[in-house]
Every structure is written in C-alpha cells, then in structure tokens.
Ligand binder design. Structure first.
Ligand code: SF4
Length: 508
C-alpha cells in the first residue's frame, strides 16, 4: 500500500471551527473506480459548498489508509455521517471492513450515541436495500443528490444521533431500517437542468494510464442523461431510473465551460445511458472537439449511431466503440426487450471502421431466461461476422445473467455455475481461431454472489457479516455453511418466485 500522500487538484480543506457537520464520503473499492464515479465529485463538491459542512474522502484500496481521509487524515469514525456509495453488490464486504478497521460497529444496533451515522446510497441499495439493512442506519433510495442536503440539515439540527436518525424517516427517499417503514418512495429528479453538477472536479496528479489514473483518464465528467427510456427486461437502469432525462445543450455547454475553468483537464467524458438518442448529441460532440478537447463516450445503442457522431468521437481521441448487443440472436434480443436487429449492429461496426475506430467492445449476457444453445452459438457467429465485416479488433465481454430487483426478470432464475461455465466454453470455442478477437467477462462464481445479494432478503445479512471477516470468493461459501442459511442457492430457488419480494415496499 503506498504511504506517500497523493497530490490532487481541487481538494477542499475546511476550517472545522466554521463547520458543524463532518461527512466522510466513502467509496468501498479502489481509488481509481471511486474517482471515475461522478457521484464522488457530485457529493464532494456539493457538500463542501455548504458553509456548515466538511466532506472528506475515503477509499478502500490504493490509498495510504482506507480509514484516514485523503484531505487531512481525518479518522473515519470522527465524522458525524459516513456516507457510502454502493455501485457493486460485492463491495459490501469492503464497506464492512472499512467500518470495522476504524472501530465503528458493523451492526447498526450496536452503535452508540457517539458513533457516526452510516448512510448508504447508490443503485444497488436503491433496488434492494434489505440484505444490507443490519449494517446501515439510513439508506438514500433513488437519486441521492436530491436528499443529501435534507439529511445533513437533520444531522446539524438534531440534539442527538438517535433524534437525527428518527427525523430521517420524515425525508422522502430515505429508508431507516430500524423504523419499519411500510413504504418508501424512490426519488427521481424531473429536470436535470435544475440539478447541481460538479464543475471543480478532483484530478489526481499521477502519470497517465497508471493505477491511480481514473478509468477515462483525467477528464471532466459530464452527466448528459440519467435513466433510460428503454426497458430491457434484465436491466435495472431501465426499470428504476425512468424516465430517461437529458440536460439541455445550453446547460451542457455551460457545465463544460465552467468545468474547464476550474478543472485542469482537456478532456470531456460524457456520462449517461442510451446517449445516442439524445437530440443534439451530434452537435454537442462536434462543439466539444471544435474546442480542441478530447472526448470519450460510454456504450451507445447500435441503432442510434451515425457516421457524423462517430467521426466527432474519433476526432476527440476515442479509439474503441462500445456497444451492447446483449445476445447473439435476434430472437433472444426480442425476448429480452432489447430489440436491435443484426443489420443495425453490423451497420454500427461498419460505421466504426469508416469513422476511424480501431476496436470494438461488445457486451453479451449468457444464462438468460428462454436461452437455447443455438442462442449461445449465435454469439460467436455474430462476433466473427463483425470481425470479418469491420476488420476491427474486438473484445467480447461475456457476462452471466444476474436477476435484479424491480426488473421484469426479477423472479427469473440464474443457471448454476457449471451451466454458466459450459455456456461460456461454447462461446470461447466458437471464437478460438478467430483473429483479432479476445473474450473476457466476470467469473460465474462472482455472478452467483451478485445474484444472491440482488434477490436476497434481510436474513442474508448474517452471511454478509461472516463473509466480510473471511474475505474472498471462498469466504462466501464458508459464511453460508457457518450461518446455516441458504445463500448461493437463492438465485435458482423456484420457491422464491412465489413469495412476496423483499423490495416490494419501495415504490416509484
Ligand atoms: S440495457 Fe441499455 S437500452 Fe436497455 S434499458 Fe438498460 S440502459 Fe436502457
């Protein structure tokens, strides 16, 4: 672990004599992943703009200490609120380890009047907070930037920790597990133009491409859209972040102009789902490159791609186009509600070549409901065909289906680990001798854990608690055995399909 203090631009150190609320913003994973997340910049800058609040950051890995802030080495437990953003289910182990390492009780019922309030938000808990309920004092359900200031106001104005937590039950979009709320509304902002966007983003002073450099490089993250207007049956974003909302072109340009005045970078990274459907995306992209800025964009829907758009991205330095066919056959894509046809995907690959891209990244899911062996074979056929027609280097990312709460496939089963491995082998064998093609994806055992955490109820908190002590993939199996609870078998449990779902109290 590096012990040298990391140099960063735009960090904020407050005079604590002027502040009354201390917030520790925690990302329970690597520094790199946390700094690539817009939420880190959004909460950091948004909270520090308040005169009454000091917000400092904590990461689990690749920092001098996971329990001392990067800004002033403030111990985690000295904060009034420790606020975690949980993007991946398995990171809950890192979350518990961070609490434990600084002597903060991991079970909320054991925390005393001097303990920080443990607040958790992010997509994982906005879909199903129940597996984590034993560890958390309050959850932000939905878009956390809509409630964070109300939460801080309550902490500032309450005479005690327990009063603050009790008052949080009155805030729409906040779920306090100990209060037994019968229904919690998931908050969604209507108009993104009215929402604060960070413009003085933190940039690490590290060499490009090294392990502390953010995933998109040193760039200004610009949130273009939130949510998605499609509703693919497996996709959480398409179900809990509806409707798709977009910032206006004027607002986006203002964010870029202000952002580049305050953030020492020459690159813009667009953030959002199904960006290609945005009216004006082409003109926004060409405006960015006309300022001699670099540009990066996330995955685009194949049917929304135009040559002009891709040419702007290439001018902006992007070399790999990412699209997500999800399935190899049209039949399967129709069944999942994705609705792209083969021609549209092939056309996107040809346009990428014409625009000057050198590589394609393609995302696929295996183990889907209604999937046949033919559908799996079609994945390798499609990748081979796209390689032939485009001549581009291709990375095929093949990932197991994970049933997610609130989606139309929330009650579907995930195939067992061996079945998933077999399906993966079919794809790998089909692509073995195809030049310029690489296959990658997450381990089916990790996907199994993700699925169990996605569909579990409060009882599996005991398994999580033990797994955090043991660590690693094997730790989950050991925790399941020791707890005597069903965990890894949950995603294929057909009884679960008939029961009341643990997340049914969350409403949109
Ligand atoms: S998979 Fe993509 S297009 Fe489909 S709902 Fe999710 S974000 Fe939208």
């Amino acid at each position: 672990m590096p012990k040298i203090r990391l140099k960063e631009h735009n960090i904020i150190v407050k005079d604590l004599r002027q502040t009354s609320v201390l917030v520790g913003y925690c990302y329970p994973s690597t520094y790199r992943a946390g700094m690539t997340s817009l939420a880190t910049h959004l909460f950091y800058e948004g909270l520090n703009r308040r005169v009454d609040t000091s917000c400092e950051r904590y990461f689990r890995y690749d920092v001098p200490s996971p329990i001392r802030s990067l800004e002033t080495s403030r111990p985690l437990k000295e904060n009034h609120v420790v606020a975690f953003s949980l993007t991946w289910e398995e990171d809950v182990l890192n979350l518990l380890q961070m609490l434990d390492m600084d002597g903060i009780e991991t079970l909320s019922e054991n925390r005393g009047p001097e303990s920080p309030i443990v607040l958790v938000g992010g997509p994982v808990v906005s879909a199903n907070p129940e597996p984590y309920a034993d560890f958390v004092d309050a959850f932000a359900i939905g878009e956390g930037d809509l409630v964070i200031h109300d939460i801080v106001d309550v902490v500032r104005d309450s005479p005690s920790r327990s009063d603050a937590i009790a008052s949080m039950t009155e805030i729409p979009g906040v779920y306090v597990p100990s209060a037994g709320q019968s229904s919690v509304k998931r908050l969604i902002m209507d108009d993104l133009d009215d929402l604060f966007h960070p413009v003085a983003q933190i940039v690490p002073d590290v060499p490009d491409g090294t392990k502390l450099d953010p995933v998109f490089g040193k760039s200004l993250l610009v949130e273009v859209t939130r949510g998605c207007g499609y509703s693919c049956k497996f996709c959480m974003v398409g179900h809990i972040c509806r409707p798709r909302r977009a910032r206006s072109l004027d607002c986006l340009k203002e964010i870029v102009e202000q952002g580049l005045e305050k953030t020492p970078v020459r690159k813009v990274s667009m953030i959002g789902s199904s960006l290609g459907d945005l009216d004006g995306l082409e003109s926004f992209a060409s405006w960015i490159v006309s300022q001699n800025l670099q540009l990066s964009a996330p995955s685009l829907r194949a049917d929304s791609i135009t040559l002009e758009l891709l040419e702007s991205f290439v001018k902006g330095g992007q070399r790999t186009l990412t699209i997500a066919p999800e399935a190899g056959s049209e039949r399967m894509r129709r069944a999942m509600g994705k609705g792209l046809d083969d021609e549209e995907i092939e056309r996107a690959a040809r346009l990428a070549k014409e625009a000057g891209y050198i590589a394609l990244k393609l995302y696929f899911i295996i183990g889907l409901p209604e999937e046949s062996e033919e559908d799996i074979i079609d994945i390798s056929k499609m990748v081979k065909n796209l390689s032939d027609v485009s001549g581009l280097r291709i990375t095929a990312s093949i990932n197991p289906f994970v049933p997610k709460a609130h989606t139309r496939w929330e009650r579907q089963s995930q195939p067992g680990v061996e079945q998933l491995r077999e399906r993966l082998r079919i794809v790998q064998n089909g692509l073995r001798d195809v030049p310029r093609v690489e296959v990658e994806g997450i381990d089916p055992r990790s996907a199994r854990i993700q699925a169990a955490l996605s569909v579990g109820d409060r009882s599996i908190g005991r398994v999580i608690h033990l797994a955090a002590q043991y660590g690693g993939l094997g730790g989950w199996r050991r925790a399941e055995k020791e707890s005597g609870l069903r965990f890894l078998s949950l995603p294929s449990d057909t009884e679960r399909h008939k029961a009341k779902l643990p997340w049914s109290f969350l409403v949109s």
